[in-house]
Design a protein around this ligand. Structure first.
Ligand SMILES: O=P(O)(O)OC[C@H]1O[C@](O)(CO)[C@@H](O)[C@@H]1O
Length: 429
């Protein structure tokens, strides 16, 4: 059964307890965030935000299902794509990868999302083209990192398998436009599936190119969609204020404390890819016209031992979002084994999950005592449903923040400048 009702819990009270922010400062920002939220609601009603509708649409799941079993036959699947054409899929996959790889039931997924000659050729030396599928995802079909890796793969595969069977192993997901990926597909007879033209990369986590790779390794996408759709409903029905209050908090801190940095500090490795996805969402959607928040990634507890000193005692210019999953104790303790070291009794009588939870709490308390603004986002368990809820929550929070700062969240015009310079330089070789 799917759980209904809010499945994520946000607590912003730590910002007020020790005076990082006053109630009055927050209330002013909350009024602004409320009217920005109403504007987002109007845009949604006018169907200008199709990605909010995406998790209500099973058609996309059915399209993915039509090719999932084909790709499950391979030993390995390479997923080529970058930015929003990879981060959503990676985030979903990271929930499963560890146990899936352990039982070998599904292909091993390799994400070629960065471009690195060493890693690319290392992966080529590991996989067997005869038993490896390739999925390339690019909305534009024109992204340099994606194209060059697709081209090298086709050359490499052609040297080993019959070129006529490339169509069996390759699949491209791209807009239905006459882009480079489509042209390559037409030339080699490779199957193409449509990426929605009206949904940009970082908002495409509920679209085919993002859901297909995790589905190949057993991700339950229906639960994921349900988590996102029910959270979307809760928010627009006024039953979940988390994204509105999150945006209000950021605005209040921006105005009163000049805060421009947003540190994500999750406890739980499974949050790691999610945080990278959030980073693109916040950076590309809001960072324009001289405004924006610089998203910073940390991971607890490990980064307590690298970044926390700065966060506690360095410049007071950051908002901290601590993400926490209530981890369950998995071990049977045998405290008597450690009777010879009485000082270690706290660890002898506690599970690893208990220590993680205590450390998360301690970090929040310590930051609060230093009057650093902290909000805590907690899920009971990080699974497909809560991940969908979290992603929807941050998408809506980002839309509200963009509305507050009068920037268009759907574009990233400045990224194009560098792309053009790189392409011009290569063309002159
Ligand atoms: O899906 P595409 O068109 O290959 O784009 C990949 C990524 O590149 C960008 O356009 C710019 O970095 C991102 O917004 C996008 O997610």
């Amino acid at each position: 059964m799917f759980k209904t009702g809010p499945i994520i819990h946000q607590d912003i009270s730590p910002c007020f307890l020790y005076g990082a922010l006053s109630d009055e400062q927050f209330v002013i920002a909350r009024n602004t965030a409320d009217s920005a939220f109403r504007a987002v609601g109007r845009n949604a009603e006018n169907r200008m935000l199709p990605f909010l509708e995406a998790p209500f649409n099973e058609e996309c799941i059915e399209k993915a299902e039509s090719v999932v079993s084909h790709f499950r036959k391979f030993e390995s699947v390479l997923v080529i794509g970058t930015g929003g054409s990879s981060l959503g899929a990676r985030t979903m996959t990271s929930l499963l990868q560890s146990w899936v790889m352990a039982d070998n039931a599904f292909p091993k997924l390799y994400f070629l999302d960065n471009l690195d000659a060493e890693i690319f050729w290392e992966i080529m030396s590991i996989v067997n083209p005869k038993t490896t599928g390739v999925i390339a995802v690019s909305k534009s079909g024109e992204t340099a990192e994606t194209l060059i890796q697709v081209m090298r793969c086709i050359e490499y595969w052609s040297g080993i398998i019959d070129i006529g069977t490339l169509s069996e192993q390759f699949l491209f997901i791209t807009e239905p436009k006459n882009n480079f990926l489509r042209k390559i597909a037409a030339h080699f007879g490779i199957k193409c599936m449509d990426h929605p033209t009206n949904i940009g990369g970082r908002f495409s986590c509920f679209s085919l190119g993002s859901i297909l790779p995790p589905m190949i390794i057993g991700f339950d996408v229906r639960k994921f969609f349900h988590g996102a759709a029910s959270t979307c409903n809760q928010i627009f029905l006024g039953r979940l204020r988390a994204p509105i209050d999150g945006a209000a908090l950021a605005l209040a801190l921006y105005n009163t404390k000049n805060i421009r940095t947003h540190v994500f500090f999750p406890y739980g490795d499974a949050f790691s890819s999610f945080t990278f996805w959030c980073r693109q969402l916040i950076a590309e959607s809001i960072g324009k016209n001289g405004v924006g928040f610089t998203p910073v990634y940390g991971m607890g507890p490990v980064d307590q031992h690298s970044q926390l000193q700065l966060y506690m005692d360095g410049p007071d210019d950051k908002l901290f979002t601590v993400l926490f999953e209530k981890q369950v104790a998995r071990e049977r303790l045998s405290p008597n084994t450690w009777d010879f070291l009485p000082s270690l009794r706290p660890f002898a009588i506690s599970a690893i999950a208990d220590l993680v939870s205590a450390q998360c709490n301690a970090t929040c308390q310590a930051l609060m005592k230093k009057k650093r603004p902290v909000r805590i986002l907690c899920v009971h368990v990080l699974n497909e449903q809560t991940l969908g809820a979290l992603m929807m929550n941050f998408i809506i929070e980002t839309l509200i923040t963009a509305e507050i700062f009068h920037v268009d969240p759907l574009t990233q015009p400045s990224v194009e400048i560098g792309k053009k310079i790189a392409l011009d330089a290569l063309s002159k070789r």
